[in-house]
Design a protein around this ligand. Structure first.
Ligand SMILES: [Zn+2]
Length: 210
């Protein structure tokens, strides 16, 4: 779970065009900024500068994520023109490469974010593409030579705790319709006998939703 701060570009700025978007792709970039302090927070400030011509949806560094645009609006990041699919139908993600950061941790955070967005937006792994796919630009420059393993790492990234179906943290599990005690025992790793004892369940075949 990585902290995501929504810090949107003000409405009316040139880099917040506001065209309605139904995202079908995720486009991955590297910032190409190795300066010290060129973190996600710094890029959030850069995005809000009225002089900044380009825009994308998320910047990820080794410790946090900033979101600059709502996901139902486009940004200018793909270099494929005003009506290009990259610019008009893809979520843009910049991965920081500041020299005082941990690039591999930033990559892992980006993989986590992409997995979450794929699930929430119904985007397939095939539609996770490098910036190069749209315009030919050599970007993300630190990931293109390992693109396949980067994508493989998205599938293997840990899910957000909030998204897992079975809630076992804090030792509570809420019974859903169709659950059986034996299934819950498997999911939670607690034996049926213990589940019955802890919850005062006399008949293991009769549990109540909620
Ligand atoms: Zn790029």
């Amino acid at each position: 779970m990585v902290k995501i701060t929504k810090d949107f570009i003000p409405v009316g700025h040139n880099n917040r065009p506001g065209y309605a978007m139904n995202p079908a792709y995720i486009t991955v970039h590297n910032t190409a900024n190795t300066a010290k302090g060129a973190s996600a927070a710094m890029h959030a400030r850069y995005e809000k500068n009225p002089e900044t011509p380009t825009s994308w949806h998320f910047t990820v560094d080794e410790k946090e994520i900033y979101q600059h645009l709502p996901l139902n609006e486009n940004g200018w990041h793909a270099g494929d023109g005003n009506s290009g699919t990259g610019n008009r139908k893809s979520i843009g993600i910049e991965i920081c490469e500041n020299s005082d950061g941990d690039f591999e941790k930033a990559v892992a955070n980006a993989q986590w974010l992409i997995k979450k967005l794929m699930k929430e937006q119904g985007i397939s792994l095939a539609n996770v593409v490098p910036h190069q796919h749209w315009s030919g630009k050599y970007c993300p420059r630190k990931l293109l030579d390992r693109w396949d393993s980067f994508k493989a790492g998205i599938s293997g990234a840990p899910s957000s705790p909030a998204k897992t179906e079975t809630k076992t943290s804090g030792s509570t599990y809420t019974v859903k319709k169709g659950d059986t005690l034996s299934e819950i025992a498997v999911k939670t790793g607690v034996s049926m006998a213990k589940l019955q004892a802890y919850n005062g369940i006399k008949n293991a075949n009769k549990i109540t939703v909620g």
